[in-house]
Design a protein around this ligand. Structure first.
Ligand code: B12
Length: 211
């Protein structure tokens, strides 16, 4: 079994210690940290989601897999930083109200930080008012909204509307992401852009601030 397959298995079975150990060995052997994410852990989480849908997995299994992926991400995060990056401005990011999923959002935040953005991460279950307050306080150029549940997608619309009502909409760009989203939905709620993964999120963010 390759290290990528071993990591896939460890995340799929929610074995945190094995996941961390395999990742450590892979990094020692100079495996690209991005490939641990893209080729092992994201496919593993997709399979976890599929098993959940098929009722082979339940919430405890989701939590164990999520914990394993998070532990590896914590260790990989510093390696995602690109050397010599300049400060590209502040981005406020968070998972919208009602939604507790944060793995994808954390990954996007880590990659943006690595690309030279100052990232203010508000965490999960963030109300439109908290997004508005943080954008104001930090004079942020960008705000990133994450949602993984179809039922929390409308919180994105409320957040865009709250930014508009606070008179901030013409000085902050809104970028949205999360598995149930699409470019069409981003357009519908008047967000500026959608990205379907963390690498694309960095490209989109750079384009939005003209970096
Ligand atoms: C792990 C997980 C959980 C964990 C979350 C742990 C955590 N700390 O995040 C726990 C157990 C808490 C959980 C709970 C629930 N979950 Co859940 N969960 C998942 C699972 C398996 C994986 C999500 C994940 O981490 N993926 C890996 C990351 C890397 O991918 P990602 O999040 O999509 O992020 C990428 C992109 O979307 C994008 N992106 C993400 N955010 C952003 C933001 C910006 C600005 C940008 C530009 C891009 C971007 O870039 C990321 C990196 O590439 C998914 C299934 C799936 N495959 O998506 C179900 C899933 C999302 N969950 C689901 C459900 C139903 C629930 C619960 C309601 C279950 C329950 N009955 O209690 C609760 C809801 C809790 C709540 N209020 O939020 C459903 C949602 C169905 C729907 N259509 O709404 C899914 C799809 C499972 C399924 N197939 O049914 N869950």
């Amino acid at each position: 079994m390759t290290r990528i397959e071993e990591l896939f298995d460890a995340v799929l079975t929610g074995n945190r210690d094995a996941a961390v150990e395999v990742a450590r060995r892979a990094l020692e052997a100079s495996v690209d940290p991005q490939s641990l994410i893209d080729d092992a852990m994201i496919p593993a989480m997709d399979e976890v989601g599929r098993r959940f849908e098929e009722e082979e997995y339940f919430v405890p299994e989701l939590l164990l897999s999520a914990r394993a992926m998070k532990s590896v991400l914590e260790r990989i995060k510093p390696l995602l930083s690109q050397k010599g990056t300049s400060h590209k401005g502040c981005i406020v990011i968070g998972t919208v109200q009602g939604d507790l999923h944060d793995i994808g959002k954390n990954l996007v935040a880590a990659m943006l930080e690595g690309a030279g953005f100052e990232v203010v991460d508000l965490g999960t279950d963030v109300s439109p008012e908290r997004f508005v307050a943080a954008v104001e306080e930090k004079s942020a150029k960008l705000v990133g909204l994450s949602a993984l549940l179809t039922v929390t997608m409308p919180s994105m619309k409320s957040t865009v509307e709250a930014l508009e009502a606070a008179g901030l909409r013409d000085r902050v760009k809104v970028m949205v992401g999360g598995a149930p989203l699409s470019t069409d939905y981003a357009e519908e709620i008047k967000a500026d852009a959608y990205a379907d993964n963390a690498t694309a999120a960095v490209r989109v963010a750079q384009a939005l601030v003209g970096a």
